[in-house]
Design a protein. Structure first.
Length: 321
């Protein structure tokens, strides 16, 4: 079955949070909250709403603020990132509120940050001091098609190891990022090789509009703060932590498939994590077939939701032995 580039929107069930109080922050940067325990420890940052239609992380940060919890050790920064995009959110047509001018998760390189020619780059400049002082970062996201959470670790072993220590979700993806630009998770020290003390994870919590995505975000927030030694486990409110995954598998992305033409089509309505034999038809870039290059080829985050020239539409991965 051949698909076209139009996307039939799944119903958006997750309510839109009221962020009228949370967007004020307690710093000079709107939407940013910062707490200092006064005790030695890590500088931890949790970021949500990098994309304005990915609400699960905002719900998690809102819950943390409402709980009255504060870091036991070190510092904690909570950032509601792309509030301008969030303000455009419409549950009936949620794709356009991903960003205003450009993807905020593709601007984290020196050249783009130096050229404040978009709403997102100007917001990135506001967030940059908080990101630069962070040692550990968890960035909350969600997906257009898949319900299955994915922990995107990057290629550094320190982050793969941390994801395994967290104990959930089941699927870890070691990926190098996007041709279209650098993600927050890979900015500066976070993307440097070796063990420089930093840790950074990007959690894809499931489908944008599923209540379950909020549950995953809450669980991941709690696990991350416990592992960072920001909170003690017995301080985490009941209901935040879910059971560990029965088994975790780590997959390494071998290549990203982008669309030079903006006219890529899938051969089937892939949702992600399908495992294909070599030669299986994945789709077409204009009239050129794209096939699985090897056996046990796993599809990661196939999406034509924001397709245009240069955009990554799919990643291919294989198990890390």
């Amino acid at each position: 079955m051949t698909s076209n580039t139009t996307t039939t929107l799944r119903p958006f069930v997750l309510p839109c949070p009221d962020l009228s109080a949370e967007r004020l922050g307690n710093t000079n940067t709107h939407g940013v909250w910062h707490f200092d325990s006064g005790e030695p420890g890590r500088n931890v940052m949790l970021s949500a709403l990098v994309h304005g239609n990915e609400l699960c992380g905002a719900w998690a940060l809102k819950a943390f603020l409402a709980s009255g919890l504060r870091p036991r050790r070190g510092t904690l920064t909570l950032a509601f990132c792309n509030l301008a995009a969030f303000d455009r959110f419409d549950a009936d047509n949620y794709l356009p509120s991903r960003f205003v001018d450009e993807d905020l998760n593709r601007v984290w390189s020196a050249d783009k940050l130096a050229d404040a020619n978009s709403c997102e780059r100007r917001r990135a400049a506001e967030l940059l001091p908080w990101i630069e002082q962070a040692d550990w970062l968890m960035d909350f996201h969600s997906m257009t098609t898949s319900d299955v959470p994915l922990q995107l670790t990057g290629v550094q072993q320190r982050n793969i190891d941390l994801a395994l220590k967290l104990g959930a979700p089941a699927n870890l993806i070691a990926d190098a990022g996007h041709a279209a630009g650098v993600r927050m998770r890979d900015y500066g020290r976070f993307g440097a090789p070796g063990d420089n003390g930093t840790r950074s994870l990007l959690i894809e919590c499931g489908f944008h509009g599923a209540n379950e995505a909020r549950d995953v975000a809450m669980d991941q927030m709690a696990r991350f703060l416990i592992e960072a030694d920001t909170l003690n486990r017995d301080e985490v409110p009941s209901g935040w932590l879910a059971p560990d995954a029965p088994h975790q598998q780590a997959l390494r992305v071998t290549q990203a498939i982008s669309t030079p033409s903006g006219k890529f089509r899938f051969a089937q309505p892939w949702v992600g994590l399908e495992c294909l034999d070599a030669g299986t038809l994945i789709g077409w870039e204009e009239d050129e077939p794209v096939v699985a290059p090897y056996d046990n080829c796993v599809l990661i985050m196939p999406s034509l939701a924001t397709v245009r020239p240069g955009v990554t539409v799919l990643r291919l991965a294989q198990a890390i032995s």
